[in-house]
Design a protein around this ligand. Sequence first.
Ligand SMILES: [Zn+2]
Ligand SMILES: [Zn+2]
Length: 160
Amino acid sequence: MIAAVFHGPGEMEVTEVERPGIGPDEILVRVGANTLCGTDVRVLNGEKTRGIRRPSILGHEIAGHVAKIGPRVKGFEVGTPVGMAPMIPCRRCFYCQHDMENVCPNKQGMGYDLDGGMGEYVRIPASGVRRATSSPQRTCRPNTSRWRSRSRAASTASAA
Ligand SMILES: [Zn+2]
Ligand SMILES: [Zn+2]
């Protein structure tokens, strides 16, 4: 598959990498959209280095369609539109058992501990995946004609 691989500050390469395999509790998602977060920019600029592997695939704001399902995963089918959590809590520790998954000391970050969404496919523990209400391929297609009319309006306004 094609992915944008982060090698270090200022070094990102779009290249062919092996499509990830999945474990029994994981899902392989064909990425439909991966938005760029300010954190990704900080990593690329070398401002955030803690917990960043090299090489790795960044991207933690991901939506797409299920491509493959681990044998222990229930509730998904190939083709299901999904979104996913940027952090995957363990769901076993004290914090997870008391609705404080955000401070789970064992949580895994998409794009950090696990490779992220800047590739054609991403592997993710099923506990971090949720069924989407509509197809991300449909809702994420940018309406460029609106951008054009908006920039025209802006230039008309500045000329006036
Ligand atoms: Zn983010
Ligand atoms: Zn936990």
